[in-house]
Design a protein around this ligand. Sequence first.
Ligand code: C5P
Length: 308
Amino acid sequence: MITVRVPAKVNVQLGVGGLRPDGFHDLANVFFAVALGDEVTASAAGPGEGVTLTCSGPDAAVVPLDGSNLAARAARLLAARHGLAEPDVRLHIDKAIPVAGGMAGGSADGAAALVACDALWQLDTPTATLLELAAELGSDVPFALLGGVALGRGRGEILDPLPVTGTFHWVFAVADGGLSTPAVFRECDRLREEAGTGSGDTDVPTPDADAGLLAALADGDAVALAGALANDLQSAALSLRPSLAATLRAGTEAGALGALVSGSGPTCAFLAKDAEAAAAVAEALRASGTCRTAHATHGPVPGATVLP
Ligand code: C5P
């Protein structure tokens, strides 16, 4: 039995380029891994049992447990890459990452399942191959393997680790219900069309990482990082879920240094001065009635890791 711990992500910068002919958008995506995470356990199953999936945690009821789950797809993809037949494996997800929340929870489980099955089946797959399989599973899966802080280019799967100093303190306000990532990207395109700027990859300049933001990370400067937080999907997420404006305001009024929608939302992320300030912001958000719950956490933390 192998258990893998895997982090959620927040995008401290999410620069979104135009819509490409393949249906994806080129990104300048600064991923940041936080301690809020899932645990995926892989254990041997009897012959013919196939891939089975179970889930625990407060949101277990809304996690799809069929073959579409990225953890199940990861197990099958890894087996196929090694020329193995349909694998027999039991996967259990202990879920803490908000579901469809813009924190790449499903992607994290896919990355964790790759690492857990690789260890269970003693395959010793090279990291480069795991990253390649992860990119096949989804744009955010490779980063969940890597963790830390990294710049994602292309659709987010081409990763370069970034230097970072110290620990940053975060609060995540979890909304009721999720948002569909493709729907948020579509809304971003629609808003661009409405504004007259166009939404294609020949209309929108290719985004680039912000030098001030990279310096803030390297310097461990939370105030500077808070000032540089930027998410090009935020207006689309707010357009689809206008109530998020009140959540962002509540956290800012409670003393957060900066606030933004996490990825495609609807989870909102708040950067705090220190652990104590983060606890106070989380408490104020829970009392505000503008979110379902709020978690104080920190990062960066490593990517998918086998637990002893
Ligand atoms: O790669 P992943 O399966 O996570 O992407 C889900 C959807 O999000 C894509 O089908 C696409 O609609 C949108 N997406 C995008 N540009 C990206 C990443 C995702 O438009 N860079």
